[in-house]
Ligand binder design. Structure first.
Ligand code: HPA
Length: 276
């Protein structure tokens, strides 16, 4: 397997900025990249071990820059398990972030709303997850030198979640908490599956984030997850689900995404979490 420190060294040569916060932009969150004060950007194609996503709405570059003077790394786009990549491939960028000295990672995603309280366009921060992807990114990692028998009882960080809640109050954005169900995709679910996942305790459903969160915890990173509920999950809406609908909602919420995340970044910069 490729060495994350080699790829990190390449990035460190390209940018003198040393952010402690990184944000992975999923579907619905890409507008953030238009507002960052960019210092350096590097295409995933120039980074050994980074996989190129072929999904519309994911651009595929690492951006080092500032929001209101606060240094941040944006990972614009992610490779997905359903594209055929391995768990090791889709989580490689998280290992690189850890090697760069990043301490906290916000993983963003588009998700379908399972819980009846959700309307399309709402936001949810993750308090926990249910991994139904059928795979675990730490399988086969026994000799990596890091433990794979990780305690996941607090996988999503309380301090970061509090900052998200405060940012949402300031930005007047509807933000709930909930449990994210991760599936492999690429099909959307059946209504019967969604009813079953609701009974299991899931509030929203998506096809990413969980492998990155697990690897991030293995690397000692603080992790938060933020979903944009781009659609109601299967069976909760009469319309058939489509990726176009997911992307269209991403465009509709872009002002809210910006308001929420810029405030989150500013609040983060005022906490001890921001120092190295
Ligand atoms: N199901 C799974 N993944 C998703 C959905 C959904 O309804 N919406 C956005 N990503």
């Amino acid at each position: 397997m490729l060495n994350a420190s080699t790829t990190a060294a390449r990035l460190l040569k390209r940018s003198a900025l040393r952010p402690t916060l990184a944000i992975v932009l999923g579907s619905g969150f890409h507008s953030l990249v238009d507002s960052i004060n960019t210092v350096t950007e590097v295409s995933y194609a120039d980074l050994p071990g980074f996989s190129r996503t072929r999904i519309d709405g994911h651009c595929g570059k690492v951006v080092f820059g500032h929001f209101g003077g606060v240094p941040v790394i944006l990972l614009c786009g992610r490779a997905h398990y359903y594209e055929g990549y391995s768990m090791a491939e889709i989580t490689f960028p998280i290992r690189v972030l850890a090697e760069l000295g990043v301490r906290s990672v916000l993983l963003t995603n588009a998700a379908g709303g399972i819980h009846p309280r959700f309307r399309a366009g709402d936001f949810m921060f993750l308090t926990d997850h249910i991994n139904l992807m059928g795979a675990n990114p730490l399988r086969g990692e026994l000799s990596s030198g890091k433990t794979c028998f990780l305690d996941l009882s607090k996988i999503y960080d309380d301090d970061l979640n509090q900052l998200l809640q405060k940012a949402a109050r300031e930005a007047k954005v509807r933000l709930s908490s909930g449990v994210y169900v991760a599936v492999s995709g690429p099909t959307y679910e059946t209504p019967a599956e969604i009813r079953a996942f609701a009974k299991l305790g899931g509030h929203a459903i998506g096809m990413s984030t969980v492998p990155e969160a697990i690897v991030g915890r293995q690397c000692g990173l603080k992790i938060a997850g933020l979903s944009c509920i781009t659609n109601l999950a299967a069976g909760r809406n009469k319309k058939p689900l489509s990726h176009a609908e997911v992307l269209a909602m991403g465009v509709r919420v872009q002002d809210q995404v910006l308001e929420l995340l810029v405030r989150f970044i500013r609040l983060y910069s005022k906490t001890p979490l921001a120092s190295r």
